[in-house]
Design a binder for this molecule. Structure first.
Ligand code: PEP
Ligand code: MG
Length: 578
């Protein structure tokens, strides 16, 4: 038996046999030097291949829309956008005419150059877009040379796909009734293949180093998409433990899905608001689909990180209006740009000198790059006219001075826009500094939202990738829990609403603990809400308050976990971010 630990990117448990998908088995890309006279013919071949790819993508987009919804079909709409974007196609065409090379080689070189540029960026979100570029390149290449991109279309039953990286199109093209799980060496949580795996309810684990070299075809595998563990040739004990976990999970999941339309409240009637964390406007349909009370966090970084030029006020406005139109009821909390650090938009990256000067993140970045901030505020305030559901949330607030400066900016933009109704302004509590400026922040902000992802990272001096992965770097560390309790208490005293919008809110037992600590609003990825609602409905408020009391008096993360394990009959560790 061998165990591999990676990153869970799509939940659930599955067993099956390894099916190795080796893209490098494809024939070599032909490389030929061509005559100037042959350039036209090569360019025409390229244009035809692009046209066919566009037709194929239109069909795929429509199929995904019908099968999975807007949020997922947007992935292929973006692929279409890139193929239709002259910048990409012109670059390939010009490589042929200037370098006098055949079309396959020109395309291969252009895709590689783009991917190299994207993968050199520190920001994980941008790096993961390289996967889409490779996918688009493979699609066009398929029409140019004789190899099929969908080489895993026919699979034996219960296949666990093991591959270096799975592309979004491959995820859709697979014979899905035979795909038990996906194990990859690369590809993060926000990669489009991971998003599709979640939508298709296929458990997936990424980041297993050299998986394709270490796992032989046909090997029996157990894939734990909750903890990110892959077990090869499991022992009888491992088999038995896995079966228990899977049975509990499957039972929970079907009960949770059945309870999806019910109120989110404890057994004794304490109501908890379940809200959505959204990263794209197309995801707004998920709010109604999962019976949620609104949007607790709309991240706007994509508007900057996906763009080659600063987004215009109209671009922002389109997005916010799309959300308002798509959201039937409840609040829409729009978080202003949370850039800086590893999140530098492509249009600022070329300007090395400028970037190195902006040694600031979140709100401080916005107060330096004021034009980006003010354009966004202009759009939010315009969208908010006549729509009282919009709220503004400021990221990485440090204390009184930055928050005051931001509020003053919002008021001055409101005067300029000519509106007297300024939306509610909230502050994210996600830095140790904000914890020591709580009272000043609560005087200025109308609501607060606790970002446990960053708060845990900064409090425990951990790498963000480690947060939630190991016990010591977990939100369940008593110091982090005490900090959260302090915020909840202070917000209550000040009469301010408090929400938890970090990943930790989506772990059912941890969510119960937060409710025991007095939190009444939890915002998370929509697909994770069913199990939170289900577990909360089985608990009484008194029980949760006792649990919170015990957790806050504990002195190690392990002691807190032990308390949480008692919440159900389930074995420990299956859902806490430990
Ligand atoms: C957080 O830090 O917990 C949070 C919600 O913000 P983000 O994940 O976007 O940094
Ligand atoms: Mg954050």
């Amino acid at each position: 038996m061998r165990q591999f630990t990676g990153k869970p990117v799509s939940p659930g448990y599955a067993r099956g046999n390894a099916f190795l998908l080796d893209r490098f088995a494809f024939p070599m890309i032909p490389h030929r030097v061509i005559d100037a006279a042959a350039v036209d013919a090569e360019q025409t071949r390229f244009q035809l291949a692009v046209e066919r790819s566009v037709e194929e993508l239109q069909e795929l987009k429509a199929r995904v829309l019908a099968e999975l919804g807007h949020a997922q079909s947007a992935i292929f709409a973006a692929h279409l956008g890139l193929l239709r974007d002259q910048t990409f196609t012109d670059s390939v065409l010009s490589r042929m005419s200037t370098e006098l090379v055949n079309v396959e080689h020109a395309l291969h070189m252009e895709v590689n150059a783009l991917c190299r540029m994207l993968t050199s960026v520190e920001n994980a979100y941008i790096r993961e877009r390289a996967q889409d570029i490779r996918d688009i390149g493979a699609r066009v290449m398929k029409h140019l040379v004789e190899f099929g991109a969908g080489s895993c279309i026919e699979l034996p039953p219960k296949s666990v796909i093991v591959t270096q990286e799975l592309l979004p199109s491959e995820t859709m093209d697979m014979d899905r009734k035979h795909v038990a799980a996906i194990v990859t060496e690369e590809g993060g949580e926000n990669s489009h293949a991971a998003i599709l795996a979640r939508a298709l309810a296929i458990p997936a684990v990424t980041g297993i180093v050299d998986a394709t070299a270490q796992i032989a075809p046909g090997t029996e595998l157990l894939v734990d998409g909750e903890q990110g563990i892959v077990t090869a040739t499991p022992s009888t004990t491992a088999q038995r433990d896995f079966t228990n976990l899977k049975t509990h999970y499957d039972e929970d999941m079907s009960a949770a899905v059945a309870a999806r339309g019910l109120q989110c409240e404890t057994r004794d009637g304490t109501r908890v608001s379940l809200l959505a964390n959204l990263n794209r406007p197309q995801e707004v349909d998920l709010v109604a689909a999962h019976h949620l009370d609104g949007v607790g966090l709309f991240r706007t970084e994509f508007l900057f990180l996906d763009a080659m030029a600063p987004p215009s006020m109209e671009t922002h406005l389109d997005v916010y209006r799309q959300l308002v139109d798509g959201l039937q009821a409840g609040p829409l909390v729009i978080r202003t740009l949370d850039l800086g650090g590893d999140k530098i938009p492509p249009f600022l990256q070329a300007d090395n000198e400028k970037v190195s000067k902006i040694a600031a993140r979140g709100l401080r970045f916005s107060l330096i790059e004021r034009a980006l901030f003010e354009t966004q505020l202009r759009a939010i305030l315009t969208a908010a006219q006549g729509c009282d559901r919009i709220r503004v949330l400021l990221p990485m607030v440090l204390g009184k001075s930055d928050l005051e400066a931001a509020i003053e900016t919002i008021r001055s933009v409101a005067r300029e826009v000519g509106t007297s109704s300024v939306p509610s302004i909230g502050a994210m509590i996600e830095t140790p500094s904000a914890l020591f400026a709580l009272h000043e922040i609560l005087e200025l902000a109308e609501f607060v939202s606790i970002g446990t992802n960053d708060l845990t990272q900064f409090m425990l001096a951990a790498d963000r990738m480690d947060v939630g992965m190991t016990e010591d770097f977990s939100v369940l560390h008593p110091s982090v829990l005490r900090a959260i309790a302090e915020v909840v208490h202070a917000a209550g005293e000040a009469g301010r609403e408090v929400c938890i919008c970090g990943e930790a809110a989506s772990y059912p037992r941890t969510a119960c603990l937060f409710v025991g600590m007095g939190v009444r609003q939890l915002s998370m990825s929509p697909i994770r809400t069913a199990r939170v609602r289900f577990l909360l409905r089985a608990m009484t408020r008194r029980h949760l308050e006792e649990l919170a009391d015990g957790a806050l008096r504990s002195d190690t993360p392990a002691a807190v976990q032990k308390l949480l394990a008692g919440l159900t009959a389930e074995p420990v560790n299956d859902e806490s971010p430990s």
